[in-house]
Design a protein around this ligand. Structure first.
Ligand SMILES: [Fe+2]
Ligand SMILES: [Fe+2]
Length: 143
């Protein structure tokens, strides 16, 4: 499985969101690195728990912005976030019930990899195209 490279294409150019996206990708890459060293099983649970919380915070932040500025595709965007959370928690539960198997680790990582790239490149970009002009006018936004 290839590492996710941070490139300009992934940047949505809102500092706070880019930092969070980078941190998510970094954690995913750490997991891939651990897997390549045969330490994936050990790392799996702590990483899944960390990502679950961190990604949840990230989604909440995006949703706060979308609501604040009245984004018209909010419902669809939120649905994607919700679907991610449901799917991700299934992987965690499967681990809690069955322990970490190589198959589960690989399945989680390849699913997450694909989801992240797809969501950031398409759904998040679309949201940011709308948000950026709004945020520029808003003094509460950190830059
Ligand atoms: Fe999003
Ligand atoms: Fe995002």
């Amino acid at each position: 499985m290839a590492y996710i490279k941070w490139t300009k294409t992934l940047a949505v150019n809102v500092k706070e969101l880019d930092t969070q996206h980078r941190n998510i990708i970094r954690a995913a890459n750490e997991m891939l690195e651990a897997m390549s060293q045969g330490k994936g099983h050990k790392k799996y649970y702590s990483l899944i728990k960390h990502l679950e919380t961190y990604i949840d915070e990230h989604f909440t932040l995006e949703e706060t912005y979308m609501t604040r500025y009245g984004y018209k595709d909010f419902d669809d965007h939120k649905k994607e976030h919700e679907a991610f959370k449901v799917e991700f928690s299934k992987f965690r539960k499967q681990f809690e019930e069955e322990g970490s198997t190589t198959r589960l680790v690989i399945k989680t990582m390849s699913w997450m990899h694909e989801w992240l790239l797809d969501h950031v490149l398409s759904t998040d970009q679309k949201m940011v195209d709308f948000l950026k002009p709004e945020m520029k006018k808003d003094p509460r936004v950190k830059r």
